[in-house]
Design a protein around this ligand. Structure first.
Ligand SMILES: NC(=O)c1ccc[n+]([C@@H]2O[C@H](COP(=O)([O-])OP(=O)(O)OC[C@H]3O[C@@H](n4cnc5c(N)ncnc54)[C@H](OP(=O)(O)O)[C@@H]3O)[C@@H](O)[C@H]2O)c1
Length: 309
């Protein structure tokens, strides 16, 4: 039997990709924020009770890292309280929960990839609210998978890739932070990995207890690491080698040609953001590989694929 799946965040970067892929797994009910407002506890409870899913995939989140600093109530509601309610309601009806979290639960003081068991210590509001969401899911006792990912981009939505392409059509020179290290991860790869893992679980047993064997927190990012500066250089490299594909990014470029000739590395301290971000947030994906025999491609390959597909 195929599971009935309640998917949140279907218009987000990861949610959009999941919406297409999860259809192969089961019946997908994917309300947008007007049909299911995660700020409203009653809306969440009513939707879960009406849909009665066997699986909830929560791809919705408050992801505006800078805005979260001054909009803590909303960020906490969407990132911490909503997952707590989803977990509670899922547990009541025997459903399982897939939830996403972030590399920003760490403070960035490590110099080698973070493992799942490493102590968390978020240094901004977004990271704190996401950590609270994780903790709520874990402590609810619901069968769950929490996938921590990082530096997410896609051909749609709001992300670094599209910002760089837009700026590159507006300016000859871009300044990009060179002292923060992470792993840019394409939303399509996150969705594909999630769907494959779920397909394996449901091919064995479509009941929630199948989750019990593997339930827990996993890092799920592109392999490799880079800086925002080198990521920006790679984006412009891809764009200048394949100008014909720029039409796919028309929302960012408005059909304009690339102007940017130079990218200047700057320090995060020179960038002028008041939001603290970890200097190093590379995640080790070993646990994902060991448990699910799953490895996401290297960040550079993911970027090439994003431009090529
Ligand atoms: N973006 C990143 O760089 C990044 C990095 C690490 C981890 N993550 C995590 O990865 C997951 C997916 O992120 P993403 O980049 O795909 O997010 P995204 O593109 O920002 O999409 C977020 C989704 O959440 C929905 N949403 C926000 N507030 C809502 C509300 N009150 N009620 C219902 N829906 C609401 C949005 O709806 P609308 O479409 O209507 O706005 C959107 O569909 C999240 O858990 C995020 O924390 C993201």
């Amino acid at each position: 039997m195929k599971p009935r799946i309640l998917l949140t965040g279907k218009n987000g970067q990861v949610g959009f990709e999941l919406h297409r892929l999860l259809l192969a797994l089961g019946q997908v009910v994917a309300p947008d924020r007007y049909a299911l407002d995660l700020f409203a506890a009653n809306s969440i409870r009513r939707t879960v009770r009406d849909v009665r899913p066997q699986l909830i995939v929560n791809a919705a989140a408050y992801t505006a890292v800078d805005a979260a600093e001054t909009d803590q109530v909303n960020a906490h509601a969407i990132n911490a309280e909503a997952p707590a309610i989803l977990a509670e309601e899922a547990k009541k009806i025997g459903a399982a929960l897939v939830h996403y979290s972030t590399d920003y639960v760490f403070d960035g003081s490590k110099k080698v990839p973070y493992e799942e068991k490493d102590p968390t210590n978020p240094i901004n509001v977004y990271g704190k609210t996401k950590l609270a969401g994780e903790q709520a899911v874990r402590s609810s006792g619901v069968p769950h998978l929490i996938f921590r990912t990082a530096w997410v981009y896609a051909t749609r939505g709001r992300n670094f890739l599209l910002t760089i392409l837009r700026l590159a059509t507006e300016r000859e020179e871009l300044k990009v932070v060179c002292d923060q290290i992470g792993a840019p991860t394409c939303a399509a790869d996150i969705a594909a990995a999630t769907t494959k893992i779920l397909a394996d679980i449901y091919s064995q047993n479509n009941e929630a207890p199948a989750f019990s064997k593997v339930m827990g927190t996993y890092h799920m990012t592109a392999a490799g690491q880079t800086t925002w500066y080198d990521f920006a250089k790679a984006i412009l490299d891809e764009a200048s080698h394949a100008p014909q594909v720029l039409s796919r990014f028309a929302a960012a470029t408005q059909g304009r040609p690339l102007l940017a000739r130079r990218i200047i590395p700057i320090l995060a301290s020179e960038y002028g953001s008041r939001t603290r971000r970890p200097a190093y947030s590379v995640l080790s994906n070993s646990r994902l590989a060991q448990t699910f025999d799953m490895a996401l491609p290297d960040w550079r390959n993911q970027l090439q694929h994003c431009f090529a597909s």
